[in-house]
Write a protein that binds this ligand. Structure first.
Ligand code: CDP
Length: 226
């Protein structure tokens, strides 16, 4: 059965732009399913790190992605039945994720898994290429941005809140490097999808951003687009 009629809202943007928080809240408000596509890259990275797989071995990493034994349950994510919700948030895992995400066969291996999240009554998908590659027909596409300083500060608070150590200087450097890697890679580079609403959240709270996305979605409903 085709899933083309099931509404999808894509929320893409750079690292620590708040898209995870915003996408999660929008999904909860609308009672939609939620896809945290970054978690799939992080899970693949964690799996590679734990199995000591050479990060230059594209084929081996793609194999890990293809057979990813993962399960999502509410806020929790499991790899091989082990709760890795906290482990995948470590900066080392994020940095490795961003490196392996540049490998075309890894992206291909995760493609079908991501499409499978499109289930009734709807999906909110967050990532880098949700609107450009995975769900180009999405009814609503959003691109969230924020200044690198605002994003470093958010990531700092997030890491400290989760009990990790963090340092602003290193975070700014990491974010800048990761931005460049995500935007300049050949495959699925980070950029706003055609027709995406661009929202700069540097001076906005997460709730304000959620409100804006909900308003755009309500406008589509009013005009019977969804
Ligand atoms: O939390 P942060 O925004 O840094 O990262 P994330 O959304 O959890 O994703 C981790 C990494 O996976 C990112 O740095 C991207 O390089 C990559 N990614 C991607 O290439 N495509 C996606 N759809 C989602 C994430």
């Amino acid at each position: 059965m085709t899933t083309a009629h099931i509404p999808v809202i894509t929320i893409d943007g750079p690292t620590a732009s708040g898209k995870g928080t915003v996408a999660h809240k929008v999904a909860l408000d609308l009672h939609f399913h939620y896809l945290d596509s970054g978690a799939l890259y992080r899970l693949t990275a964690l799996s590679a790190l734990r199995k000591n797989v050479d990060l230059r071995d594209e084929h081996a990493i793609a194999k890990l992605a293809e057979d990813l034994p993962c399960r999502f349950s509410g806020e929790h994510v499991f790899l091989d039945q082990i709760d890795v919700s906290a482990a995948i948030r470590a900066e080392e895992v994020g940095n490795t994720a961003s490196k392996i995400a540049a490998l075309p066969t890894v992206r291909q291996a995760l493609y079908g898994l991501q499409l499978g999240f499109r289930k009734a009554p709807g999906l909110v998908a967050d990532g880098r290429d949700m609107g450009t590659v995975i769900f180009p027909q999405a009814q609503l596409k959003v691109f969230l941005t924020a200044s690198v300083e605002a994003r470093a500060e958010r990531r700092y608070k997030q890491l400290i809140g989760k009990g990790f150590s963090a340092n602003m200087h290193d975070l700014l450097k990491d974010l800048t490097e990761r931005d460049a890697r995500d935007a300049n890679r050949k495959i699925a580079p980070l950029k706003p999808a055609e027709g995406a609403h661009v929202l700069d959240t540097s001076a906005m709270t997460a709730d304000e951003a959620v409100e804006q996305v909900r308003k755009w979605y309500a406008d589509l409903k009013k005009h019977h687009v969804v």
